[in-house]
Design a protein around this ligand. Structure first.
Ligand code: ZN
Length: 470
């Protein structure tokens, strides 16, 4: 065991670029002395000529400022983390070029030189480089946020371009992170962009989040949303939340130290399949622009310390009615993570918490591949019904010959149109909704229901390349 010393961005060049270095337990003075012995260039940044810690450098043990403990004599036990936190304005003077670039900020008293320096010293992590992450990242970069982190492991698909404005035709098929980084640096080369090409998990979330001032949640699924929330609560960081569906959006700032968290609002996720994702339900292309820019606005306000943040308020936006509404959010004293007696003290298994993704419980023999479906269809579907569980407007785009349409949500009211003795081959767009439908049908006694694996998308890929893909 040893201790971890967190190095702030401006001092990292003096420790070979590391974010953290390890040291031996002792007291704050010994730990720092050993640190500068190992990295001599760091010495005059931390200590003055008299060997005293410089007054604009603060040292934290865990989350406590050691000045309020025993100063440099504060013991640093094995396993502890100490953080070196220099005052923000100290290390981030603006160059003349930056002053020209940010002049419209600098002439506003609410931002001014001090606010712009705060932005430069600040770091924002965007979880997701898609619909919400695109406008948020581009405006945060333009505003001069010094460091932007992006977590994403997707590649740019044609169907993204309807709303994910950070990407374009020239980056189709490339990782979204590459596309995003190039776009951000074209907007503002003064921004440092750090990318994490991995799915956010309980294993990596705390490590990635620890290094950022503000986290912006642009995820599109419940497991990641709860993971982002819990990691922010555990680390005491603000979570700038945004979500979108069809014509409606939501935004808030969850910050457990100053207000409610996402779990105070929704203690539990909806059962899998009840709330469709944007990939299933669609989203108006301009909607993430509105919500992502609200997230960027909140992040900037938190950084410069101006205005009233969306803490304790849930902003609802309806694009069809063109109306904003605001609901009051209260901190739940029984919240399992930020309440008075929390039961969650570390990150959990969020896939399990949110329910195993639908379809996963089907056995291989409960599914048929599209190639087998093609062969069966060519011989005439004997004693089998081909059931489409998508929505009528999807049916209009493309459907399989001979299929019967009953949207998934309406299945319970139409069971009398199906026979338990027939084989029922169920398909949807990607195979997710149909897997849920199969599960439901089996529970209802239709034991011969089977899922067409991969749905219409697999059909277009493997059987009929001329079939439209949406
Ligand atoms: Zn809470």
């Amino acid at each position: 065991m040893s201790v971890i010393i967190r190095i702030p961005t401006p001092l990292r060049p003096y420790v070979g670029g590391s974010r953290e270095v390890s040291g031996e337990a002792g007291n704050v003075e010994n730990v720092l002395a050993a640190l500068v012995q190992q990295h001599p260039d760091l010495k005059h940044h931390l200590f003055n000529d008299q060997g005293k810690l410089r007054s604009f450098v603060n040292v934290y043990l865990g989350d406590e400022d050691v000045r309020y403990l025993k100063g440099v004599e504060t013991p640093v036990p094995d396993g502890a983390t100490i953080s070196i936190v220099p005052s923000v304005a100290g290390g981030s003077a603006l160059s003349n070029a930056e002053i020209r670039r940010y002049s419209r900020h600098l002439i506003m008293p609410e931002v001014g030189m001090s606010g712009q320096k705060k932005l430069k010293a600040a770091s924002v992590l965007l979880v997701g480089a898609g619909g919400l992450g695109s406008p948020a990242a581009m405006y945060l970069a333009a505003a001069g946020v010094g460091r932007i982190g992006l977590v994403d492991f997707d590649v740019v698909d044609e169907s993204n371009l309807q709303r994910q404005i950070m990407h374009g035709v020239s980056t189709l098929g490339k990782p979204k992170l590459d596309s995003a980084k190039a776009r951000i640096q074209d907007i503002n080369p003064y921004v440092q962009v750090d990318t994490y090409a991995e799915p956010l998990t309980s294993e990596n979330a705390l490590r990635i989040f620890a290094d950022y001032d503000v986290i912006a949640d642009g995820t599109d699924n419940f497991p990641t949303r709860y993971l982002v929330n819990d990691a922010c609560v555990l680390l005491g960081k603000p979570n700038v939340y945004g979500s979108i569906f069809r014509f409606e959006g939501q935004a808030s700032v969850f910050w457990a130290e100053r207000g409610p968290c996402y779990r105070c609002l929704y203690p539990e996720p909806p059962p899998p399949g009840l709330v469709p994702s944007c990939a299933e339900g669609g989203v108006l292309g301009v909607l993430p622009g509105v919500i992502g820019v609200i997230q960027a606005t909140e992040a900037v306000k938190l950084i410069i310390g101006q205005g009233e943040p969306l803490i304790g308020r849930l902003l609802l936006y309806d694009a069809l009615d063109m109306k904003f509404r605001e609901l009051k959010l209260r901190k739940d004293p029984h919240c399992p993570i930020c309440g008075e007696h929390p039961t969650i003290h570390q990150l959990i298994d969020y896939e399990a918490f949110c329910g195993v993704p639908a379809g996963a419980e089907l056995q291989p023999q409960d599914e048929i591949p599209v190639t087998e479906l093609r062969d069966r269809m060519s011989q005439g579907l004997h004693r089998a019904v081909l059931l489409d569980v998508r929505e009528p407007h999807e049916w209009e785009i493309v459907h399989l010959p001979g299929a019967k349409l009953i949207p998934r949500g309406e299945l319970p009211n139409h069971l009398n149109e199906l026979s338990q003795t027939d084989e029922i081959l169920v398909y949807c767009r990607s195979g997710v909704r149909s897997a849920q439908a199969v599960q439901f049908l089996r529970e209802m006694g239709f034991k011969k229901a089977k899922n067409v694996r991969g749905g219409i998308l697999a059909w277009a890929r493997e059987v009929d390349p001329a079939s439209p893909v949406y």
